[in-house]
Design a protein around this ligand. Structure first.
Ligand code: NDP
Ligand code: BG6
Length: 493
């Protein structure tokens, strides 16, 4: 796979030869309206959709054309007349169909609609490509995949099935879902499991940072690194999503998937090539080396009402007295030579004091006593907001003083790169799905390995009904957090 714009266009032409129909299932929902359609428009605007393209939003809700257009355009920004013109063009090949998720007739009607377009556009055998994006709750994944398999998939072009997380709730349910899906769409050729964190610019950059720099590559191990922190904070609660969230909890919502994917890219060995399977082979090897998490390496929290904001249990969609964690801190150890005894501390929380996602790699102190109190070096990768990489290092205080001063080498993207245009993660992944690049999609064995790490802990939490520690809305998490971090030698620089 090439990654210059010209190369990407070539891939797209080759993979989606003729044209493509993209069907967004669950088109009335949050993800589809906020991300899928705006990102498809974003690709069109950048001239990164195949020449012949047909987009269908599909869901049960009944919308008129006007209602549908209003729903999807409310999240699309048009800054200029040129943008508005592009959006009008985009809407001309985008339509909405209302249909069931469990009726054969509905999937046959969908097939007929697509076939009519293919015929009208004179697509030949081999050119009738179809991409199905399931922006749906997992409860309907299987019946929709089965309806598509029986009545809507093409036999005259490529089929792509893009599936959203969550893929199961534990190892057993994941295996069942996977084995039920396996006969419907081909794992190697057709299935694309999205973890949108793999489409984020700074997470994609980690491989380059690690393996293209003599400056970092030799230092990337427990010989030099003391601890790694991976943090996701959100300054809003689960308001309105309580029904979904309570069934999953923070560990399944963002840690077993987004943050573990981030950790595997950070910690994997160097892949033999930069292609999808070589990268995923290394991620699987790494995940299989992660020790199952012990209960004592886990701290759980749940937010309470504070600062005029409701507590988790105040949400009407949350069952009374729920012990679902909205915050978790977990420490992982990796059983290999590179990472022996290095704690990877993952933290995620809703209703916190701020919103950010970052990685902090803390280095060991230099041996010797010349600068014995010098703070530790730290490499920070700020994934969002305001993408940046910065290194905290010790410098002589400028001037007469020879004090050692902790300072920063700062690569803040918006200051460094003029005309910075970072595509949304979904934009980048939808493009990859069309051009057949699987490097940033999750393979089945990766998921199996990740559920193996989390399942014993999740079962223990549920079986023992572990009660999370309360923390007020808008704060840094449970009071026990500082002691928890101290246990792994994390120092505040
Ligand atoms: P929604 O709850 O908005 O559901 C999407 C659509 O599915 C709804 O508009 C509705 O359409 C239909 N639907 C909802 N509940 C049911 C049900 N019980 N049975 C049948 N159909 C139902 O989900 P999201 O858009 O938020 O998420 C979709 C998927 O994407 C999920 O798997 C989620 O985990 C994942 N995801 C979402 C993110 C987000 O930002 N929202 C981010 C990352 C992943 P209708 O009734 O019209 O058919
Ligand atoms: C989703 C979770 O997968 O990721 C949400 O279900 C979370 O709870 C979201 O808010 C975070 O994604 P991002 O891209 O906003 O950091």
């Amino acid at each position: 796979m090439t990654s210059t714009i010209a190369g990407i266009k070539e891939d797209l032409k080759r993979e989606m030869q003729g044209g493509v129909t993209v069907v967004v299932l669950g088109a009335s929902g949050d993800l589809a309206t906020k991300k899928s359609f705006p990102c498809l428009y974003g690709l069109y605007k950048r001239d990164l959709l195949p020449e012949k393209v047909h987009i269908i939003g599909y869901a049960r809700s009944k919308f008129s054309r006007e209602q549908f257009v209003k729903k999807i355009t409310q999240h699309i920004k048009t800054d200029s007349e040129e943008d508005k013109k592009k959006l009008d063009e985009f809407l001309k090949f985008t339509e909405y169909i209302s249909g069931a998720y469990d009726k054969e007739e509905a999937f046959k009607d969908l097939d007929k609609n697509i076939s009519d377009w293919e015929q009208k556009n004179k697509l030949k055998k081999g050119q009738k490509n179809r991409l199905f994006y399931m922006a749906l709750p997992p409860s309907v994944f299987l019946s929709v995949a089965s309806g598509l398999h029986n009545s809507t998939r093409t036999t005259e072009g490529k089929n792509r099935l893009v599936i959203e997380k969550p893929f199961g709730k534990d190892l057993e349910s994941y295996k069942k879902l996977n084995s039920d899906l396996a006969p419907l769409f081909d794992e190697k050729e057709e299935v694309f499991r999205i973890d949108h964190y793999l489409g984020k610019e700074m997470i994609k950059d980690i491989t380059t940072l690690r393996f293209a720099n003599m400056l970092f590559s030799p230092l990337w191990s427990g010989y030099h690194i003391k601890s790694v922190q991976i943090t996701l904070k959100e300054n809003f609660g689960t308001e309105g999503r309580g029904g979904y969230f309570d069934e999953y909890g923070i560990i399944r919502d963002v840690m077993q998937n987004h943050l573990l994917q981030l950790m595997s890219v950070l910690a994997m060995e160097r892949p033999i090539r930069r292609d999808a399977n070589a990268i995923r082979d290394e991620k699987v090897k790494l995940l299989r080396s992660v020790k199952p998490i012990k209960m004592e390496d886990c701290l759980l929290g749940q937010y309470t009402a504070a600062n005029d904001k409701p507590g988790y249990l105040d949400d009407e969609t949350v069952p009374k007295g729920s012990t679902c964690p909205t915050f978790a801190a977990l420490a992982f150890y990796i059983n290999n030579e590179r990472w022996d005894n290095v704690p990877f501390i993952m933290r995620a929380g809703k209703a916190m004091e701020t919103s950010k996602v970052e990685v902090r790699i803390q280095f060991k102190a230099l041996p010797g006593i010349l600068f014995e109190d010098a703070p530790h070096n730290e490499l920070v990768i700020r994934v969002q907001p305001n993408e940046a990489i910065y290194i905290k290092f010790n410098n002589k205080s400028p001037g007469f003083s020879d004090d050692c001063l902790l300072t920063e080498l700062d690569l803040t993207y918006k200051n460094r790169y003029s005309n910075l245009q970072i595509p949304d993660a979904y934009e980048s992944l939808l493009l990859d799905a069309m051009r057949g690049d699987r490097a940033n999609f999750v393979r089945d064995d990766e998921l199996e390995a990740s559920w193996e790490i989390f399942t014993p802990l999740l079962h223990r939490i549920e079986k023992d009904k572990i009660v999370p520690e309360k923390y007020p809305y808008g704060t840094r998490g449970p009071a026990k957090l500082s002691k928890f971090m101290d246990r792994y030698g994390v120092v505040h620089t």
